[in-house]
Design a protein around this ligand. Sequence first.
Ligand code: M6R
Length: 607
Amino acid sequence: MCGIVGYIGNKNACKILLEGLSRLEYRGYDSAGIALREKEKFNIIKAKGKLENLIKKIGNIDEIKSNCGIGHTRWATHGKPSENNAHPHNSQDGNIVVVHNGIIENYLEIKTNLIKKGYKFYSQTDTEVIAKLLDYYLKESNNDILEAINKFMLRVTGSYALAIMIKSRKSEIYVAKKDSPLIIGVNKDETFIASDVPAILKHTRNVYYLENNEMAKIIAGKVIFYNSYKTQIQKELCHISMSLSSAEKNGYEHFMLKEIHEQPLSVKSTINSYLKENKIQFACLNESKIKGYDNILILGCGSAYHVGVCLKYVFEKLCQIPVQVDYASEFRYRESILSKNTLVIVISQSGETADSLAGIKLAKLKNVDTLGIINVVGSSIAREVDYVLYTYAGPEISVATTKAYSAQLVLGYMLAIKFATVRKKINEEQYQTLIKQIKELPYQIEQILKDEKNIQHLSSQFINTKDIFLIGRNIDYAIVLEGSLKMKEVSYIHTEAYPAGELKHGTISLIEKDTLVIGSLTQENVIDKTFSNMLETKSRGAKLLAITSNEIDCNICDYTIKIPKTNDLFATSLAIIPLQIMSYYLSVLKGNDVDKPRNLAKSVTVE
Ligand code: M6R
C-alpha cells in the first residue's frame, strides 16, 4: 500500500527520498510524488505510474538544492491513479503539504463542510481533505501546529500515517499516526521518516516507532514526541539488526525467486529460535495458560489465513482442541461467540494488515487472550497482541509471500506440538519424533528446490492454460488453497482451489478437454479418495498433475511431482514449494511484473 518517506538534514533530500521510495516499491503503488523545501517555496513533483516516470520528470537530481522534503508512493483508494490524485497534496495557498497512508473514512462529510466554508478541491482524494482541514485548524488555532494536528486527529475517523510540512516552519516536518505504520530514524545531523525499515536502513539503524494518536516534530538529528494531549513524551530508541542485503536481490532476477530459495533458511531460523536443547520454548507463554484454553480461533488474511486452515488440522489432531479459522475481514463483522478460555491467534507477515489488526482489537474487547505469529518486529499487530511469537523469515519484499508463509507454518506446528505436550496429548517419544521431523523440513525443502529446473520445464507447458483446478482433502485442501492463490496473484491464470470431494457438487461442470487439475496427495488417509476425484475429472477430459510423496499410479496422471516424505501434518511445508515455483515461472514466462503483480499491495492497510 502507500509508502511514505521524509528527510531533513544536510544532504540532497531529493536523492534520499527517491532512494527511500524505491525501497518501498514492494508495497505496491500506481503513482509517486515528492515535495521539497526550496528556500521560500515547496517544489512539488508528481507522476503517474512507476517511480522512473517521477525520476524522469525531476531531471537532474544533483542540481536540486534542498535538504528537507517528503515523498510518497500511492496505491489508489479514493480517485483513480493519476498525477492529480498523486501525493503530496497541498492547501489552497500552498502553505501546507501532506503525504498520507491510510483512509479517512469521514472525508466526504468533512469535504462538504469545507466547501461550504469556501475551500476548493482539485482531486478526488481523502488526503487533499487532510491538507485543507489542517489549513482550517491552523488558522483557527493562530498557527499552533500541534493544536491543529490535534484537532484534526479528533475530527477524523479512519487510519493515517501523515508527514506534514508548513511553509513558515523551515526546519521542521510534523508527523502523526493512527493505525498505519510510521517509523522515524535518526542519525547525527539527520532525521528520516518512513513507512518501513528498508527505506532508511542505508542511513540509520536507530529508529523510533510512532504509536497510535502520537505526533512528533522532526528536526535535523532530533525528534520531539507528543501524546494526543500535546504533552511532550519520551520514547525508546530501537536498534534494527536486519541486514541491508536481506532487502536486496543478491543476483536473483526477482525477489520472489530469491525468497523461494531462502525458505530453508527462514524455516531453520524460526525453528532454531524456539528450540533450545531439543525442547520447544516460548518464553512468553506459561504452561498453566496453555492448559487453560478450551478452544482456539485463528485469524488472518490471504496466505496467512491459509496457514490458519492448515494449523486447524494440526492442532485438532495433535491437541484435540477445537479450532476455528476465520478471515479477519469476516470475523470483524460477525457476531462471534468467544468463551473466556478462547485463545485468538492472529497470523500476519507485515503485522500491519488492517483487517487482522481490527480483528485482534475486537477479540481483545471480548476479554480473551491474543497471540500473534508475526514477521515484522514492532509492527502494529505485534504491539497489539498479548503474546507475540516472531517468525524469522527476514524482510519479505515480493508481494507474493513464500518464505514468511513457510516460517508461519513451522512456527504454528511448533506451537501445536508445545500445546500437545503440555496438555499431555503426546508422550515424550512422540514429542521427540515430531521435533526430529520438524528439524528435517529445511533439508527436505532444499531437496525440492534442487528440482527447480524440472518444475520450470513443466510450467512452460501450462503457459496457455486458461483455468486450473487444484484439489485436495484436509491438509491437502489447505495446500491447494495457497497454491491457487500463488498462481492467481503472480501468473494471472484463473485457478480454483476445491476440497476434492466438493467438485462433483457443481464445479465439475467447468471441467473440459485439457483443463488442468492439480491434486495434492500427501494425506495418507484420503489419498485414494482424492485420487478418485482426480480420475472423475480425467474422464471428462482433464489433464492431471499429482503432487505427492506417496506411491500412486503415475501412469494415470499426465504429470507427477514427487516430494520427500514427512509427517502428514507437516506436508504443507513441502507440497507448497513446487506450486510456488510453478507460479513464479508461469509469471516470468507471461512477462508479468513478478514482484509487484498488478493491483496488489504487500501490506494491505485498508479494509
Ligand atoms: O502481511 P499479512 O501476512 O497480514 O498479509 C496477508 C495477506 O495480505 C497476504 O498473505 C497476501 O495474501 C499475499 N499477497 C499472498 O501472497
